[in-house]
Design a protein around this ligand. Structure first.
Ligand SMILES: Cc1cc2nc3c(=O)[nH]c(=O)nc-3n(C[C@H](O)[C@H](O)[C@H](O)COP(=O)(O)O)c2cc1C
Length: 205
């Protein structure tokens, strides 16, 4: 059982990282393998809608998106950690997720998703909603915690003082482990849900 955690902050050990590390402590305690990848300091360009990935099975831009994609394929759970910029995930994270989710052809059904956001003051729950949409369009159940998975702080390290935020990360990690274990059992007993051929209607006819 493995969890992949993406740190979308340009600050390697900033407040987003503190939230992810708090979750990691629980994964270690529960015997779940985990890895934190620092992606937020990379120059990640946006999707250019070339549809090249449909032919190649990967993004035409060979960068961290293609490097991380196989790790996403093999993991049972994905945690997205992002700083809040103007009440949204930061631009790097959005570019990364657009391309990661769009370009990867593998089935993501029943991989558990969770997102965490770090901010000084506002825009956290808008960011939380934004992030969860990548999971819910992909058949990925969303792990939830005791709030909308957020942590507060402005300067690097300030999130260490947010006791409620840190507790929320631990709760989220415990819930995520339970969900991943339950899904593993369910898969063994019942298999994945049946999938239909996708219907592509674009509301033009
Ligand atoms: C460009 C930019 C925009 C920001 N926008 C917001 C915002 O909308 N709301 C907020 O509360 N904090 C905002 N912040 C502050 C960061 O969210 C905050 O410093 C956070 O702790 C950064 O996380 P990190 O340490 O993981 O990078 C912004 C920071 C930057 C650099």
């Amino acid at each position: 059982m493995k969890v992949l955690m993406i740190n979308g902050s340009p600050r390697k050990e900033g407040n987003t990282y503190i939230a992810l590390k708090e979750m990691e402590k629980i994964f270690i305690r529960e015997g779940v393998e985990s890895e934190i990848i620092h992606m937020g300091n990379k120059a990640v360009r946006g999707c250019i809608a070339c549809q090249g990935c449909a032919k190649k099975g990967k993004c035409v831009f060979d960068d961290c998106v293609n490097e991380i994609a196989p790790k996403f394929e093999e993991c049972d759970g994905l945690v997205i950690g992002t700083p809040v910029y103007y009440a949204s995930a930061n631009g790097t994270m959005i570019s990364f997720l657009d391309r990661l989710f769009y370009s990867t052809p593998f089935d993501k059904t029943m991989k558990v998703g969770a997102c965490v956001a770090a901010a000084r003051r506002g825009g956290l729950s808008a960011t939380f909603d934004e992030m969860n949409k990548y999971f819910t369009i992909s058949g990925m159940p969303v792990a939830s915690g005791q709030y909308w998975n957020s942590i507060h702080g402005r300067e690097e390290g300030e999130a260490e003082k947010d006791a409620e935020g840190l507790q929320g990360m631990r709760t989220l990690a415990r819930n995520m482990v339970f969900l991943m274990k339950s899904i593993a059992l369910g898969k063994e007993q019942y298999g994945l849900p049946e999938r239909e051929e996708p219907q592509w209607t674009n509301f033009i006819r």
